[in-house]
Design a binder for this molecule. Structure first.
Ligand SMILES: [Zn+2]
Length: 181
């Protein structure tokens, strides 16, 4: 009896959760190597204008396949930055995938971090290996911050999660420093 009741409760919880999860997931943009997820178009606009790729700009023109929409531009820049990160690290993980979730501000990023790690922090972005997700505050984003988090994702998926945190951090900072070289 207890078992059945538990199953029923579990089923009900799942059903009740589906609409909430769908609503929270928002819109997504598929890029060559990732998926950019946002709930507020203004956050996406802010994220797009923060992604300046400077000397890598020629790649943008070269590869712009006439998709001059907001989502087209975001997708292209994210892919250019990711390719640059892989080149700097000389790591090309097979079947690489990452979701980049655009969060409104750092306060919300901290809240998400706290839910996952039960730890209070003051972050503007982080990579969560278990879900292969980057959470990034649109208010604080930049190409370098995205590159730093993408570096965590590339390193994690290249070595399969055995890289010590300190080593990862040093490599991610190295990517950040050499992004526009
Ligand atoms: Zn880091």
């Amino acid at each position: 009896m207890l078992f059945k009741a538990s199953v029923l409760t579990a089923v009900l919880i799942v059903y009740l959760c589906i609409p909430a999860i769908t609503a929270a997931q928002g819109q997504d943009i598929k890029t060559k190597y990732s998926r950019v997820i946002y709930t507020d178009i203004d956050d996406l606009k802010e994220f797009n204008s923060s992604l300046r790729i400077g000397p890598l700009d020629y790649l943008l023109k070269h590869r712009a396949k006439g998709d001059d929409t907001l989502s087209g531009r975001v997708a292209e820049k994210v892919d250019i930055i990711l390719e640059r990160v892989e080149t700097i690290l000389e790591m090309y993980p097979r079947n690489f995938s990452v979701d980049i979730k655009i969060i409104h501000n750092s306060k919300e990023v901290d809240k998400i971090y706290r839910e996952r790690y039960s730890k209070k922090v003051d972050f503007i972005s982080f990579y969560f290996p278990l879900e292969r997700v980057i959470y990034i505050s649109s208010e604080d984003s930049s190409s370098n911050i995205l590159a730093h988090e993408l570096a965590h994702a590339v390193i994690d998926q290249y070595y399969g999660g055995i890289t010590p945190v300190k080593v990862q951090e040093i490599l991610a900072q190295y990517v950040d420093e050499h992004l526009m070289d």
